[in-house]
Design a protein around this ligand. Structure first.
Ligand code: PEP
Length: 246
């Protein structure tokens, strides 16, 4: 499984970043899962270059290609540090006004530099007529339709229902609802990646994943990994979460 720890802005000291990195390194060396950590920009710089450690992800990338763009971090700068994944379209960035067009541009910059976009999609709330499914389809389609057939195979879809983010573990999605959603996302993906190649696009889940719920969310749902926020920012919690999967 692919397990991505999104540190968001929870980590504000290099000592904590180093401890979390060391914990993730132990998990990635010993375990069978692919561990990825997404620190904030300064800590990417600090942790880059580690041998046999977790893969690095960026929490975002600039919509620009560089140049006169104060405050932006271009894809080339991330690639040079060894970043392998870039989270795009996180709901916390969409809430800041990021559009599907911005997200598509960011995904394309990441791909052009040999990094894998982790495209976050998910509804804000659910309605009884299941209109939310159309919204998720639109978020995926907006990006996929602008990518080449080859690029479409180098993307991870992170289904993150906004209503389940940053809550307690008991408020995460239920395994049966997750299983249905994964099937639906696979159906949407089939429009862009037909046939068996569809399975090359991992679909992962994020939203209040913790050591107590991860096992049931993983079993029989078809999910291929997790995007973990808060629970990835405590060494012991992240370790028990990953071990609960083994
Ligand atoms: C997230 O925001 O990507 C996330 C999954 O957060 P949390 O695990 O804290 O719900």
């Amino acid at each position: 499984m692919l397990i991505v720890g999104n540190w968001k802005a929870y980590v504000e000291s290099s000592a904590k970043a180093k401890a979390l990195y060391a914990g993730a390194k132990r998990l990635s060396v010993k375990g069978k899962h692919e561990i990825v950590i997404a620190p904030s920009y300064p800590y990417i710089g600090m942790l880059a270059g580690g041998k046999a450690g977790p893969s690095l992800a960026s929490q975002d990338v600039s919509v620009t290609t560089g140049g006169a763009a104060t405050g932006e971090v271009a894809a080339g700068a991330l690639k040079e540090l060894g970043v392998e994944y870039v989270i795009v379209g996180h709901s916390e960035r969409r809430a800041q006004g990021e559009t599907d067009a911005d997200i598509t541009e960011k995904a394309r910059h990441a791909l052009a530099h040999g990094m894998t976009p982790i495209l976050c999609v998910g509804e804000t709330e659910r309605d009884s007529e299941a209109q939310y499914l159309k919204g998720v389809r639109a978020q995926i389609s907006a990006v996929m339709e602008k990518l080449t057939p080859k690029e479409r195979l180098t993307i991870v879809i992170a289904y993150e229902p906004v209503w389940a983010i940053g809550k307690t573990g008991s408020e995460a999605i239920t395994p049966s609802d997750l299983g249905e959603m994964i099937l639906y996302i696979r159906k949407v993906l089939a429009d862009f990646v037909p046939g068996r190649a569809n399975m090359k696009v991992p679909v992962i889940y994020g939203g209040s994943v913790d050591p107590l719920n991860i096992r049931s969310l993983a079993s029989g749902t078809g999910v291929e990994g997790f995007l973990v926020g808060r629970a990835s920012t405590d060494v012991a919690t992240f370790s028990s979460l990953v071990k609960a999967l083994s």
